[in-house]
Design a protein around this ligand. Structure first.
Ligand code: SF4
Length: 437
């Protein structure tokens, strides 16, 4: 090994029925890589992005194949692929999303072999993309040590180990990684945004974890506690993204509005003092509507928040009672009123509703949709996926699910619970309600 080991960072392709670049970046991987800056020779390959600094040749790589909406999001080029047998009941095409496998192969062959490959994992049921990635890295060099980290690696470590990686990192337990690399990592640093030449958007977190424990959510399994990040670190990240020309930043925080006087307010005041530079903020991980105040909403709008996603999940009292009572309907209604009074149009406010949760009946879903529609905001149906180790995952996950993570697939699980015809009916109703009047 040279003085500075060659380390490859990979954001793998996705195998699923659908996938969309809804502000999707391998943020955990970029944060880990930031701590290795200067200690290793870092190069990255992001299968799901057209902005990478080190472009692979040809195929769907070409920038014009990747369309973006006004907020930087867009579809990911895909090709049909064989549907796993367990999904045979579902009348949907199964696809592989991302830069073609051959492009990755050619890219690897055009470079000296890497000493290490750090691979970000996402949803547990996306592991077929890891199988492909590991095969290609091994094909190039059997000496490369492969490390898996992220959601799948943390939630299904035993299964992840069966894929043949050299190390599986769980959550934020990074000491085994530093030992494998034989490097004393730096304390938290700016994420490795050098991986992207001109990102249409960036992502950030002001804090890790969430103080709440909703029965269906994986946040507590990924981060056992809640910890705000130092203000100077997050401001440096924001400055870096702004200087790279990113027009949008999506917050990956699970609890962006928690303890605002210590976290969000100081950050936004600093942003306003330095000048927003026209950068727009988004909240895809959902805001906790109960914690939104008029003062906070006003500050957020002045600092450039352009979209507000609210975590509603359901308005059914019965369902809320058993799931952690995150937000009651009147709190959702109040948050909506606050946002609208601050000048945010209803079309920029979206409430998430859970679809396919076994205790959330079609009647509950439909009445929740109609309630949100009456608030004059948009509805987004979020298909439920049973997450190992969560209260609901253990309660409702089929016994086989923990051996075969493909069973966690949100499209398949939702169709199993509701029936495909009912899923289509509810999605169609959602589309109709979201039509501008
Ligand atoms: S659903 Fe939201 S509020 Fe509930 S535990 Fe998860 S991140 Fe926290």
């Amino acid at each position: 090994m040279t003085d500075k080991p060659r380390v490859l960072l990979v954001h793998p392709p996705i195998y699923d029925f659908s996938a969309y670049d809804f502000w999707m970046k391998p943020y955990g991987l970029l944060r880990v890589a930031g701590r290795l800056r200067g200690l290793c020779q870092l190069q990255s390959f992001d299968f799901l992005c057209s902005d990478a600094a080190d472009a692979p040749p040809g195929g769907t790589w070409k920038r014009d194949a990747w369309k973006r909406d006004a907020w930087g999001r867009g579809p990911i080029p895909a090709e049909g692929t064989a549907k796993p047998e367990i999904f045979s009941f579902l009348p949907r095409y199964y696809r592989r999303f991302g830069i073609p496998r051959e492009s990755f192969r050619a890219w690897l062959e055009g470079r000296p072999a890497f000493d290490f490959a750090l691979v970000q994992t996402g949803m547990t049921y996306w592991y077929l993309g890891l199988v492909e990635t590991i095969e290609e890295i091994r094909r190039r060099s059997r000496e490369t040590r492969i490390v898996l980290g992220g959601c799948y690696a943390s939630l299904c470590p035993e299964h992840a180990r069966s894929l043949g990686a050299d190390l599986v990192v769980r959550g934020g337990e990074l000491d085994p990684l530093w030992r494998l690399l034989e490097r004393e990592a730096l304390p938290e640093q700016r994420p490795f945004w050098e991986a992207y030449a001109a990102p249409a958007y960036g992502v950030m977190k002001l804090a890790d974890g969430c103080p709440f424990r909703c029965s269906y959510c994986a946040s507590g399994r990924m981060h056992p506690g809640y910890a705000a990040r130092p203000l100077d670190s997050v401001l440096e990240e924001w400055e870096r993204l702004r200087s790279m020309g990113a027009a949008h930043i999506a917050f990956y925080d699970d609890a962006l509005l928690f303890q605002p006087e210590k976290v969000l307010i100081p950050f936004l005041n600093a942003v306003l003092a330095r000048g927003t530079g026209g950068l727009r903020f988004h909240t895809p991980n959902a805001l906790h509507a109960r914690l939104l105040t008029a003062e906070l909403a006003s500050l957020m709008v002045r600092a450039g928040f352009a979209s507000f996603y609210l975590g509603a999940e359901s308005i059914s009292p019965e369902w809320l009672e058993t799931s952690g009572a995150k937000v009651f309907p009147e709190e959702l209604s109040k948050a909506t009123e606050i946002l609208k009074n601050t000048g945010v149009p209803g079309s920029s406010i979206t409430a998430y509703l859970l679809l396919g949760h076994p205790a959330h009946s079609p009647e509950m879903i439909e009445s929740s949709m109609r309630y949100i529609h009456r608030l004059g905001i948009r509805i987004m149906l979020a298909e439920y996926s049973p997450v190992p180790g969560t209260a609901d995952g253990e309660r409702y996950g089929p016994a086989v699910a923990w051996q075969e993570p493909l069973w966690h697939n949100k499209t398949a699980f939702t169709a199993k619970i509701l029936g495909w015809g009912e899923v289509c009916r509810l999605k169609h109703l959602c589309q109709q309600l979201n039509q501008p009047e």
